[in-house]
Design a protein around this ligand. Structure first.
Ligand SMILES: *[C@@H]1O[C@H](CO)[C@@H](O)[C@H](O)[C@H]1NC(C)=O
Ligand SMILES: *[C@@H]1O[C@H](CO)[C@@H](O)[C@H](O)[C@H]1NC(C)=O
Ligand SMILES: *[C@@H]1O[C@H](CO)[C@@H](O)[C@H](O)[C@H]1NC(C)=O
Length: 335
């Protein structure tokens, strides 16, 4: 949660200001729903019947903040919203980039793959450099999907500098924890449509220093010890989700269903990091004033079971889609 820092930031620009700017989709004068952290600390993270004056109109989860995990090339993550007035005032206008934690409360979902939930945007191509998905439906009532991997922070417009060695996530996360529990993205959530994650409701996501992890869980799993435990938001991916970022998890795209232990890998072309960063910068420049043009999706990758290597051959035509260069990325207009 990075309390001290966030208190400092919130003094720069409040979530509500009478006559102040309005983030599209929010009530007049609101730029977000970030809870008052002074009150949260005093009230031990339970704000009782406090009403969020900046709540967007229902239904929830709101468009543009819905995530899901289908497999390693079809998923959405929430990331700092480049169109956030708050982030503009506090970071972008100062030629700074927010970290994942600093952008808590100001998120936009970005997806790899062809299906986009309402209001979601395609991930900039090569923004995700690896992804490993696990489907864990082994304990009834505690079903979840999990993803983790590496991302290209430059391409995604995120500051991934750690505040301390090893503190890759800066101790924070995105989740759908309720406003009265001081949740910062309380109107975000999971796309539970047939095209995404039917039956799922909650999510927790951590990222930073080029690493990310996320779980999408069934209803009722936000509590301590459960798969989407909100109290673990300072633990980090390795501790909380028990994931590794080395060895077989250092690269690649894979999917495993714990029910049968079968692992499938997807063939996704990922260029060397430096060139990806360069193409990202020039792509941003091409968009000029920052209008987000129609970006292609990096997720049209072929999926083939590792157990059947020959399947990769027939998939080579689809792999070609992953080579298509996307000239338009999110509006990183300040670069
Ligand atoms: C947050 O709550 C504290 C304590 O109630 C109050 O003094 C402060 O003005 C509040 N800040 C904002 C931005 O509303
Ligand atoms: C990234 O964060 C670090 C640590 O807070 C800060 O020193 C640096 O200026 C930031 N960089 C950008 C581009 O925002
Ligand atoms: C799968 O989920 C269950 C229920 O949360 C958990 O007890 C178990 O450890 C998980 N399995 C793995 C391999 O993570």
């Amino acid at each position: 949660m990075s309390l001290a820092f966030l208190v400092a930031v919130s003094s720069v620009s409040a979530q509500f200001l009478e006559g102040g700017p309005t983030q599209p989709g929010l009530p007049t004068g609101c730029v977000g729903s970030f809870p008052n952290l002074t009150q949260c600390t005093i009230a031990n993270y339970y704000l009782g019947d406090t009403v969020d004056r900046c709540a967007p109109p229902a239904p929830y989860p709101v468009a543009g903040q819905q995530v899901y995990i289908k497999d390693s090339t079809n998923f959405c993550l929430n990331l700092p919203n480049p169109d956030s007035i708050f982030l503009f005032n506090n970071y972008y206008s100062w030629k700074k980039l927010p970290t994942i934690v600093q952008a808590e409360g100001f998120v936009q979902s970005y997806c790899m793959g062809s299906y986009l939930p309402p209001g979601s945007k395609p991930l900039p191509q090569y923004g995700i450099r690896s992804a490993h998905v696990v489907k864990n439906f082994t304990v009834p009532g505690q079903n979840y999907y999990q993803i983790h991997g590496y991302m290209d922070c430059d391409l995604l417009g995120i500051n991934c500098t750690s505040t301390a060695p090893g503190r890759y996530d800066d101790a924070g996360q995105y989740d759908d924890g309720p406003f009265i529990n001081c949740g910062k993205e309380p109107y975000s959530g999971v796309d539970a449509s047939a095209a995404a994650n039917p039956g799922m409701q909650h999510y927790v996501e951590m990222a930073g220093n080029g690493l990310f992890c996320m779980r999408v869980c069934e209803k009722g799993n936000l509590g301590p010890g459960l798969p989407c435990d909100l109290t673990q938001d300072t633990a980090g991916c390795e501790k909380f989700m028990k994931v590794q970022f080395l060895g077989e998890y250092a690269t690649g795209f894979s999917y495993m269903d714990l029910a049968n232990g079968v692992k499938t890998t997807a063939s996704v072309f990922i260029p060397p990091k430096t060139s990806a960063t360069l193409s990202g910068a020039s792509a941003a420049a091409t968009t000029g004033g920052g209008a987000a043009g129609p970006a292609g999706s990096a997720g049209d990758a072929a999926v083939s079971p590792t157990a059947v290597p020959t399947a990769k051959k027939s998939a080579s035509l689809q792999i070609f889609n992953a080579f298509v260069v996307v000239l338009s990325v999110a509006p990183f207009f300040f670069m």
